[in-house]
Design a protein around this ligand. Structure first.
Ligand SMILES: Cc1cc2nc3c(=O)[nH]c(=O)nc-3n(C[C@H](O)[C@H](O)[C@H](O)COP(=O)(O)OP(=O)(O)OC[C@H]3O[C@@H](n4cnc5c(N)ncnc54)[C@H](O)[C@@H]3O)c2cc1C
Length: 360
């Protein structure tokens, strides 16, 4: 057993699993991960809504669904990779094809859509599995609790407080997600008390009653990107059903992908509603479809980000506290104009490499 104080990673989600695996594989420091969620048992199930229906793996924070699982958002997300495939995921993702989709995907393809890449290659890309193996090999220890706050002494982080203990540490990397990481920093008086307003994508939905029950391989695999001459970007996603229980309703979401301040923009949402209305009119012409409704409400996606940029430098280091970093979606300079798991992971890897250089 090493006598060194550990590096503690708070939160074993998309970023936290990447950081703890990288540190365990590239430094000799003991690594302790504090993550309340369990490893998902659904990584072989290609249907997103089946996984979301497991209430053990998610939690609602404010008005947004967030993961509570080892692997975080990557264990429960829609598996869409709409941007470029990053280097670390070569061979671990694949392009969707005709065999993956049902009526809603085909409809969007015929209306200007394209297949997207999926975080799937015979199984879901869940970085929690790599961490689980490292735990079995005793290269990472996992404490299955929630972190409440950090212990700071003379300007340095010295411990992490959970509901039942204080874990002494040499350094801390905060990866509890863009809604919880700032809460922990506020409770630790590292960040001034304030309302947490994440950047995000907002969407308008169209729900269509389907005459035949859908049994596609994936719940979503086709998107359509719309770029206006004003520079505004929208993304339409086709979902084969609206939830695990409601398989006979298809769904289209129209999301604003590049909000200028990362916040809901009413003018852009009016454009999203126009796009949704036009798609609804086309759906009504299809013999496979019954009633079609455009949802009046604008809803946030689970793409929260950028809540800790004011207190970190460009490399995730928290200003004025030694030994403390944030490496999750909180430190993305803005919400990305694509599905965010790849940018989150790439940023986490970059920060982990910087910490590794400091430790070695
Ligand atoms: C339902 C859903 C669908 C999505 N669909 C897509 C998609 O199709 N494609 C895509 O690219 N992205 C998608 N995303 C977004 C993407 O998954 C997230 O942007 C990404 O996972 C964020 O990573 P993170 O590390 O910042 O946070 P998370 O991955 O959420 O990790 C945070 C971790 O912290 C843990 N935690 C919470 N509170 C505490 C605490 N007090 N102490 C310790 N640990 C704590 C949580 O259990 C969790 O494991 C989706 C997300 C969700 C939730």
């Amino acid at each position: 057993m090493s006598s060194q104080l550990p590096v503690v990673v708070v939160g074993g989600g998309t970023a936290g699993c990447m950081v703890s695996s990288h540190l365990a594989n590239n430094t000799s420091h003991p690594i302790v991960l504090i993550e309340p969620g369990e490893l998902s048992e659904h990584d072989d199930n290609s249907r997103f809504f089946d996984v979301l229906a497991d209430s053990e793996l998610t939690q609602q924070i404010h008005d947004v669904v967030q993961a509570r699982a080892l692997g975080g958002g990557s264990a429960v997300n829609g598996m869409l990779l709409t941007g470029e495939e990053p280097d670390f995921a070569r061979g671990l993702t694949r392009m969707a094809n005709e065999e993956d989709i049902g009526f809603m995907g085909s409809f969007l393809l015929q209306n200007g859509g394209r297949f997207t890449r999926l975080w799937w290659n015979g199984g879901r890309w869940n970085p929690g599995r790599a961490v689980h193996h490292l735990e079995e090999e005793r290269r990472i220890s996992i404490i299955r609790e929630e972190v409440v706050s950090l212990e700071i002494s003379s300007g340095s982080v010295v411990g992490v407080r959970t509901g039942s203990q204080v874990v002494p540490c040499a350094r801390v990397v905060l990866c509890a997600g863009a809604l919880v990481s700032p809460q922990i920093l506020m409770r630790s008086q590292v960040m001034p008390e304030q309302e947490i307003i994440p950047q995000n994508h907002y969407s308008v939905s169209v729900v269509a009653a389907l005459r035949e029950r859908n049994s596609s391989l994936f719940d979503t695999a086709v998107i359509k990107e719309i770029l206006l001459s004003s520079g505004e970007m929208f993304m339409v996603n086709a979902y084969e059903r609206v939830s695990a229980e409601l398989s006979n309703f298809g769904l289209l979401t129209v999301s604003h992908m590049n909000p200028s301040h990362g916040l809901k923009d009413e003018d852009a949402m009016a454009v999203a509603r126009d796009i949704a209305t036009e798609l609804a009119d086309s759906l009504r012409l299809c013999k496979e479809v019954g009633d079609v409704v455009v949802d009046e409400e604008v809803r946030p996606l689970s793409h929260v980000s950028s809540t800790c940029i004011s207190i970190t430098d460009g490399n995730g280091r928290v200003q004025h506290v030694d030994g403390l970093w944030v490496a999750d979606a909180s430190v993305l300079p803005r919400v990305p104009p694509c599905t965010p798991a790849a940018p989150v992971t790439m940023e986490a890897l970059r920060i982990a490499q910087i910490i590794t250089r400091e430790l070695t």
